[in-house]
Design a protein around this ligand. Sequence first.
Ligand SMILES: O=C[C@H](O)[C@H](O)[C@H](O)COP(=O)(O)O
Length: 231
Amino acid sequence: MNEKDFQKKQAALAALNYIQTDMIVGLGTGSTVSYFLDALAASQYNIIGVTTSTITSQRCAELNIPIVDIDAIDHIDITVDGADEVDSYLNGIKGGGAALLMEKIVAKNSKENIWIVDRSKVHNTLGAFPLPVEVIPYGSGQLLRQFANKGLFPKLRRHPGNNQPIITDAGHYIIDCHMTTISNPYALAEYLESQVGVVEHGLFLNVCDRIIIGDNTVEIKERQQAHMEIN
Ligand SMILES: O=C[C@H](O)[C@H](O)[C@H](O)COP(=O)(O)O
């Protein structure tokens, strides 16, 4: 196991400390969450999961973790998810695995959100990871043009194998915005949310309550209060 995977696994194991039997647990998507699912399946906790992607649902089936439809429950106690990048305010970029829409729905309906990450993902400001934006296929070419004019360096995400656009679980495309630095994530989120054809974006602002950074010594950071950029 390489250093990054070691850190992911350490973070995932530490997240288990926040789980209790009978909880309804939101289950994120990705390689870090995969370590968490393994740990959860091996634990003594009887929980019910709410999944954020087809792939996580499949992993739960393989691991015998019971899951429930999000619309069949009235609350989610806690969600454990990965992230692609996290800043010092615990804001983040998600969607590297194209699961951002369902991840955001589950996160917004959770009483508490924990992100598990390796140290390479923690930066002072966001932007090093390309920002995924989930869009309706119809008119996506127009959005690509608008985003380019806005200086967002957009690129339609395609399968490396056949070069076809990747399709999300909800049937949408992903446009990745390669900006390198995001000076005001709140203004960018507002702009993206105002564009017709944008379904959701990967900026998760004031969502994460606690990050667990895996390392030889696991580091835990809690969000103190909602952060807003003052223009
Ligand atoms: O769409 C995918 C999710 O936002 C993932 O949680 C994120 O990409 C992190 O994935 P990984 O743990 O594989 O780096």
